[in-house]
Design a protein around this ligand. Sequence first.
Ligand code: NAD
Length: 360
Amino acid sequence: MVYQITLIPGDGVGPEVTEATRRVLEATGVSFHWDLAYVGSSAQNTLGTPLPDSVLESVRRNKVALKGPVTTPVGSGFRSVNVALRRELGLYACLRPCKTYPGAPSLYKDVDIIIVRENMEDLYSGIEFERGTPEAARLIELISETKGETVRQDSGLSMKVISEMGSRRIVKFAFEYARTHHRKKVTAVHKANIMKFSDGLFLSAAREVAKEYPDIEFEDRIVDNMSMQLVQKPHQFDVVVAPNLYGDLLSDLCAGLIGGLGLAPGASLSDEIAVFEATHGSAPKYAGLNKVNPMAMILSGVMMLRHLGEEKSADRLEKAVAEVIAEGNNVTYDLKPEAPDTAVGTSQVADAVIERLSSN
Ligand code: NAD
């Protein structure tokens, strides 16, 4: 069988890590047909839009995509292609396993945390009011009328939107994941003590959903405390479910626990579509240097193989990655903080993984 996969190289270091991943995936012996799709500034320059319809159509048709990171201009320019893609395709769940592999330079051994991040709501709603615009002035007036609160006229406003449906859906996803993968506990993260109508809604929905899963332990943590607990005692956590922003921040924090962003894979999922993408961004300063770690993207490829039902190939590839990390000779600079001069480049890591695959 040949799997039809949409391949979005992205930009910055994206093309290098996706190429490394494509090569190792093909070396597993599983057959793929790659439907190449371009987004971001290259698409903006050639097609006048950073997210062409043809890309969305390709992902909808194939239902599975492998995606490199895409740069988002800060402050001005086009809005995030990553956020738009998730919204357009209804990819409501972001799944980010954070697991230590022996040999990775991490503070702890045996961390194995699954972050489930809500992917479409919260402060990523994209509903913003620019300082000084008539729309911002109307909203400031409405707030004054209805809440009696004074918001400075020179304020910009971004909406934090959390719905009951969205909260129930992501918490259900986390519990279903926990049940299917024999996990014992789900921790919901929030700041409901301060944001009673958004995070409070998320928390009450989480508590309701938890009652449907008596076989799985449930607890909640306020996000600031959660951050400290993760750094001091990460082993107490199993599956962690959070609204969009906290999930984003905690994903990077957990990546830091297991050796860095170069080892943190991920997927954005709806009930029908799966887009596999590492947690890290486009790291523009390293673009084109054959320098960054492709493991996060390769491990996202392992997740893709599991999604496709290619469990044996996924196990072989994950073992090959683990062996290359443990051996420590053919790894990038981030996994060699003590001896960065002896590090190899992105494509050499892929070569080493392919060599391991062929000997396993
Ligand atoms: P980043 O994740 O790109 O990089 C931060 C730092 O992490 C890098 O400077 C590097 O030191 C390290 N790093 C990242 N990936 C690595 C890898 N594979 N191997 C080794 N080290 C790695 O974050 P940023 O610099 O804040 O963001 C750069 C751009 O990426 C921004 O435009 C941002 O919007 C975008 N971004 C995109 C995605 C996505 O496409 N899903 C995710 C996050 C950020």
